[in-house]
Design a protein around this ligand. Structure first.
Ligand SMILES: Cc1ncc(C[n+]2csc(CCOP(=O)(O)OP(=O)(O)O)c2C)c(N)n1
Ligand code: SF4
Length: 540
């Protein structure tokens, strides 16, 4: 990678470095759905309020990706950001955008969460990039995050392909000083022309062939960025391949002055075959350090075919197969491979999350428990949001949590298997994200499910972003999807109303068709934020 030219220096989170680089790269728009650890990317762009850059929360990640793709079609640069599981939601347009190609530069910043700090899995987005045959850049630190996002826009426009930038939690959420460069203005192209964007089979076959043929250029573009850099002194037979933040951990383990073994820093995919072959040839043992899946480790098992050194990593037990990589684990792995380094301090012990005192969800879930006791034998299929904490003692009110929007579909499936009562518990934002479509099924067939929408008027779990519909607007959406007015009820989740909510729930659980109960009270944290904003505006 070329060194950054001197510019104003800023103390930035990894997420903010991505955001600022996109602004400086001349984007016209940024699109996202919140999700830890990627939320701060769009929040930063919104705070900068740069004229000419549209930066709005989208209803879900698929919509965000499609909005970015539309902006690219129109000839402008666009950034789209999401957490790793969000890419499952956006997978359809993501995969197909490799075949249509892009017009204005399109960069997807996706933040993985190894160790599942706040996620339902620890899937590795590099696999998606390989699946879609698209370039993926993986910065090792905040400076690289800034530099790489700018370069990603260049590559995207040069190759006519979207480019993924993969972050992980520790990089997204830690700060470092970043030297920035001169911003460049947007440089819009005319809107796309031709058939490439019409994925009828006759065109898609051509587009897919073009994508396959372009792989040589993709490799060359990633290699040109120096995404495979060799460092370290000739050693005692051990070599290291370290990708992304693992490179930082490797350096951190050598702060005591120990010499780095021959090491390959990987910060882009597809992997540089020459770089890998060179490091494999130089060692008797190679330790692979990467956060997430054993992606490089598995890939290099195949080459070179002869005289391959022993490969150590997550697959042979030198490192744990699951969970987040840490400097401590890297040190232990180096020691296991016979390379002694000094000890580094471990992370602070995590605190388990709990519902805030006064949270409206607690009142609804207490009432749900009472209703489930009154009409026994049922299950409450939950969704993802602050209310998922209702699975833990003392509430223990919900029975499942699989993916965003799953609660209603699962309740419908279970009801059709004869389970009664079958309930779904879903927040306002999650309902708008992906709860509406299964509700259409339930309403069309009048399936006996009771859906509780927890309308706290915000996206509580990710820090209070606006929700796509709340209050009367939300009620109208639900009615519009076909839920009969007499079984569309609204309650106010307050301690003094628990008995009333229980009664309403019991009535609807006994109804042999679809019903929706909206529990509507603002999240207490959001109420505080609004009060603070009100005071600020009053004194301004
Ligand atoms: C596909 C996907 N995108 C984003 C997230 C991050 N996330 C988890 S819950 C949630 C929304 C929560 O909002 P809401 O349903 O309104 O519940 P609240 O937290 O406000 O109670 C988000 C954005 C996720 N887990 N999965
Ligand atoms: S942030 Fe809001 S919704 Fe989440 S637990 Fe706290 S009060 Fe409840």
């Amino acid at each position: 990678m070329s060194p950054s030219s001197a510019g104003p220096r800023e103390l930035l989170l990894g997420d903010e470095a991505v955001a600022l680089a996109a602004i400086h790269a001349g984007i016209s728009g940024a699109f996202a759905y919140p999700g830890t650890p990627s939320t701060e990317i769009l929040e930063y762009i919104q705070r900068q309020a740069v004229p000419g850059i549209s930066a709005c929360w989208s209803t879900n990640e698929k919509v965000a990706y499609e909005e970015a793709l539309g902006m690219s079609y129109a000839g402008h640069r666009a950034l789209v950001s999401m957490k790793h599981v969000g890419l499952n939601v956006a997978a359809d347009p993501f995969m197909n955008s490799g075949i249509t190609g892009v017009n204005g530069g399109l960069v997807l910043a996706v933040a993985d969460d190894p160790g599942m700090h706040s996620s339902q899995n620890e899937q590795d987005s590099r696999i998606y990039a390989r699946f879609a045959m698209l370039p993926c850049l993986e910065p090792c630190d905040q400076q690289m995050a800034y530099d790489m996002v700018r370069q990603a826009f260049d590559i995207s426009e040069r190759l006519g392909l979207p480019v993924m930038v993969r972050l992980v939690t520790r990089l997204a959420h830690s700060r470092a000083v970043v030297a920035t460069k001169e911003p460049r203005p947007p440089d819009p192209r005319p809107p796309a022309e031709g058939r490439a964007w019409i994925l009828l089979p006759v065109n898609a076959r051509v587009g897919y062939r073009r994508l396959v043929d372009r792989q040589v250029e993709v490799r060359a573009a990633v290699a040109e960025l120096g995404c495979s850099r060799r460092e370290g002194a000739p050693g005692n037979g051990l070599a290291v391949i370290a990708a992304g933040i693992a490179w930082n951990y490797l350096l951190e383990c050598h702060l005591g002055g120990e010499e780095l073994p021959p090491s390959l820093r990987v910060s882009g995919y597809p992997l540089c075959e020459e770089g890998i072959a060179g490091i494999l040839a130089a060692a008797e043992e190679v330790l692979v350090l990467e956060d997430g899946y054993p992606f490089i480790e598995e890939t290099i098992q195949g080459f070179p075919p002869r005289d391959r050194p022993r490969i150590r990593g997550r697959l042979d037990g030198t490192l744990p197969r699951t969970g987040e990589l840490t400097p401590d684990l890297v040190r232990a792995a180096l020691e296991r491979a016979g390379h002694e380094v000094r000890e580094v301090e471990g992370p602070v012990a995590p605190r388990p999350p709990v519902l805030c005192s006064g949270c409206p969800h607690a009142d609804t879930l207490e009432a749900l428990n009472a209703a489930m006791r009154a009409v026994p034998g049922g299950r409450a299929f939950s969704d993802i949001g602050c209310y998922t904490l209702g699975a833990l003692p003392p509430l223990e009110a919900i029975h499942t949590c699989v993916d965003m929007g799953a609660s209603i579909g699962m309740a419908v499936g279970a009801a059709r298997a004869g389970l009664r009562p079958s309930l779904a518990v879903i927040g306002d934002s999650t309902f708008m994200h992906s709860g509406m479509t299964p509700l259409v099924d339930a309403a069309r067939e009048d399936t006996p499910v009771t859906i509780i929408i927890l309308d706290n008027s915000t996206v509580g779990m990710t820090g209070g972003q606006p929700t796509a519909a709340t209050g009367d607007e939300l009620r109208r959406v639900v009615a519009g999807l076909g839920v009969p007015e007499e079984h569309l009820r609204t309650v106010v989740p307050l301690p003094k109303k628990r008995e009333e909510i229980t009664r309403v729930l019991v009535e609807e659980m006994n109804h042999p068709g679809v019903s929706v109960v909206i529990a509507s009270r603002t999240c207490v944290q959001e109420a505080k934020r609004r009060a603070r904003r009100g005071r600020k505006e009053a004194t301004a």
